[in-house]
Design a protein around this ligand. Structure first.
Ligand SMILES: Cc1cc2nc3c(=O)[nH]c(=O)nc-3n(C[C@H](O)[C@H](O)[C@H](O)COP(=O)(O)O)c2cc1C
Length: 192
């Protein structure tokens, strides 16, 4: 079953490396026949949180906020590409997520794909996303992927390299299979 999947990435750094993993994730899922879209928080450009989408009177929210709300509601599944800053989650992606509530996020599965420069592979950020996403009514799938040494695992064109890249290629199919199972279940439950 072809699913509509949004892949979120939230680094605002000029020299950001996680975009490689975000691009890899998009191409892997697209290769399995899904309609996949990268939601790059920096590109979406929501302001530092003031009013949430729900706080605007109908028809008055900024156009980029409305466009993303519509994409969220239409999606069958989400993937969060989670970098780690100081043992926590990246503020740019958290800022994007906080603009929306259960009405836009709930009752969809999400997979978490974490990364970092070091050997911990963003594991602490990966775990830190759980309560936030759960609070929004998202179900986090059990399978996860964690990439350490991000720049020695994926080159600038998001091609896997070295031992880290080979490990990523081995781990990714099982992750996608579980996300697909939950995404298909949600789509069926919605009668689509
Ligand atoms: C502000 C900051 C804090 C960081 N903290 C951590 C950390 O806690 N754990 C870790 O493994 N790497 C940490 N790093 C290194 C990042 O894993 C690495 O820079 C990574 O490429 C960041 O993702 P990005 O390039 O997509 O922004 C930190 C980097 C920055 C810029």
């Amino acid at each position: 079953m072809s699913l509509s999947i949004l892949v979120f990435y939230g680094s605002y750094r000029e020299a950001r490396a996680g975009i490689r993993l975000a691009d890899y994730t998009v191409s892997q899922l697209a290769g399995r026949g899904h309609a996949v879209e990268l939601i790059d928080a920096k590109e979406v450009g929501l302001p530092m949180l003031d009013k949430r989408y729900m706080d605007y009177a109908p028809g008055t929210a900024p156009a980029n906020m409305v466009a993303l709300a519509e994409r969220l509601v239409a999606a069958d599944a989400f993937v969060f590409v989670a970098g780690e800053y100081n043992w926590g989650i990246q503020p740019g992606l958290k800022n994007l997520v906080d603009h929306y509530g259960n009405a836009e996020w709930a009752r969809r599965p999400a997979g978490i794909v974490s990364y970092s420069a070091g050997r911990m592979a963003g594991a602490r950020s990966n775990s830190a996303w759980h309560p936030t996403l759960t609070s929004l009514g998202i179900t986090i799938v059990h399978s996860t992927v964690a990439v350490g040494g991000i720049t020695s695992s994926l080159d600038e064109s998001a091609t896997p390299i070295g031992e880290g890249g080979a490990a990523l290629d081995r781990a990714f199919p099982a992750f996608m299979e579980e996300l697909e199972w939950w995404g298909a279940a949600v789509k069926a439950a919605k009668g689509q």
